[in-house]
Design a protein around this ligand. Structure first.
Ligand code: F6P
Ligand code: MG
Length: 454
């Protein structure tokens, strides 16, 4: 096995890690404090606000002053796992873990775990979603994209009906492949929406990104294993597909439409959706977001256009959820900082449970940037490292997977030799004031990278 390079570090000014620790995370903490102080709550809850605000500001100060990253208190969820990762890093690097020089992935996951612990330790804010307000408000602003996808889905359903009724086998398969390709691509580019970037990108810019995403040309897709994915999906009628979700709002909506298609077409008889069990990286889906997103889709005041199409989507989703065709399943494994190399028979921190669960799946779809960072360990692989190498033990775990990711962080593998250098040179010539590897933080590029069963 190829030796594993070192992790991306917050001290590296040529990596997005540096901008994250110095700018994005303090701004995210500030936003949480602002939202907390504007949030509804009865008198008793209000009394706890100053303490929570102090804890948030003290964490913000730790970031700003490059304080030591200390162990999580024993009672915090997964404290043993986080604390042993901290110890292991300190032992191997012979350095004390500090905010400005820590590994990017470990410190970023720790940040969200620590913030959740503040709320877990309160009396009245345990189930508060500190990003709920931001997630819901942003979704209400995507109405153009929401209604055009609803309209498109109705047309796809009609095409699907025709296809399933008539035609010979080969024509049916070809039509299903085309439709699947379209919805997979919508779900992929739906990942261009990520609220944790909102701190530095305006909402208008983000909206443009979303719309422009639909017309991305081939040049922007840096790795494309679509054919292998289709072969895997089509290897069996029905069966189970899993989606390890990323963001709520528009991206979740695209994932739900993909789910509907898989079930309506009988390409899957069950789809298992995996949200996070706690608020995470700002925009990630937690179980209650399903209810919020579905009731917003059902609300004509929020989305007045394409009502028939949206009502039909809502009705189908609700039926599939009620009859068990759509299952929602959480695991705390998704909120550790561990790489997905732990999804194996004897994996740590419930990686073994996830592995056993995924053995029943014919395809596991991983959405988004953070999932990709964890698939590849967020270490400094050369850009031409094959995906099968960068995913380490997972490549031998006999689980068919595909990662749908718009590239928003440094790690990116599976590129043809020389492609990384040419992207860097092009970026530098167009953005002379930025580091040359900043092409990989821009969200303009994407990958569809798969591991098929060995
Ligand atoms: O790279 C920026 C960033 O916000 C990272 O913090 C994180 O890896 C990622 O983007 C989140 O994006 P996504 O929602 O696609 O996982
Ligand atoms: Mg996310």
């Amino acid at each position: 096995m190829a030796s594993v390079p070192g992790p991306y570090l917050n001290s590296d000014k040529s990596s997005f890690a540096y901008t994250s620790v110095t700018k994005r995370w303090p701004a995210i903490i500030q936003q949480i404090a602002d939202d907390l102080n504007g949030a509804e709550g009865d008198e008793r809850a209000a009394e706890e606000r100053p303490k929570l605000t102090d804890l948030l500001f003290s964490l913000k100060q730790d970031l700003e002053t490059d304080a030591v990253i200390s162990h999580l208190p024993a009672e915090a969820i997964d404290s043993e796992i986080y604390n042993s990762e901290i110890d292991a890093y300190q032992e191997s690097s012979k350095e004390t873990l500090k905010w400005h020089s820590a590994p990017w992935l470990l410190s970023e996951c720790y940040l969200y775990r620590k913030i959740q612990h503040f709320f877990d330790s309160s009396k009245y804010w345990k189930s508060y979603d500190m990003f709920g307000h931001a997630k819901n408000t942003t979704f209400t602003k995507s109405s153009d994209a929401v209604s055009s996808l609803a309209d498109r889905y109705v047309k796809i359903s009609e095409q699907l009906g025709e296809t399933l009724k008539g035609a010979d086998h080969a024509t049916k398969v070809a039509a299903l492949e085309l439709l699947f390709h379209e919805l997979l691509s919508t779900s992929l580019w739906g990942n261009a929406t990520d609220l944790s970037l909102l701190v530095t990108v305006s909402l208008e810019e983000l909206k443009k990104l979303q719309v422009a995403a639909e017309s991305r040309d081939k040049e922007m897709l840096l790795a494309n294993d679509f054919e292998a994915v289709w072969k895997q999906l089509n290897s069996q009628v029905g069966g189970r597909v899993d989606i390890v979700l990323d963001n709520s709002g528009f991206e979740l909506y695209t994932d739900l439409v993909l789910t509907l298609f898989l079930l309506d077409s009988n390409l899957a008889e069950q789809v298992v959706l995996h949200p996070k069990s706690q608020p995470w990286f700002v925009s990630d889906v937690v179980p209650r977001d399903f209810g919020s997103v579905i009731s917003m889709l059902a609300d004509e005041k929020v989305f007045p256009e394409q009502r028939n199409a949206l009502n039909s989507i809502v009705e189908k989703l609700t039926n599939y959820m009620n009859d068990g065709s759509i299952v929602i399943r959480t695991s705390t494994f998704w909120t550790t900082s561990l790489p997905f190399w732990e999804i194996k028979e004897n994996g740590k921190a419930k990686g073994d449970q996830v592995w056993r669960d995924f053995r029943a799946s014919k395809l596991v779809i991983f959405k988004g940037d953070l999932n990709y960072r964890k698939l590849t360990g967020d270490v400094m692989w050369n850009r031409d490292t094959p995906f099968t190498v960068a995913t380490q033990d997972l490549a031998h775990a006999n689980i068919p997977i595909v990662s749908l990711r718009t590239v928003k962080a440094d790690v990116c593998v599976g590129l043809p030799e020389g492609k990384g250098a040419s992207l860097a040179a092009k970026w530098k010539s167009e953005h002379p004031d930025q580091p040359e590897e900043a092409w990989s933080w821009s969200g303009s590029y994407a990958v569809i990278s798969a591991l098929t069963k060995s």
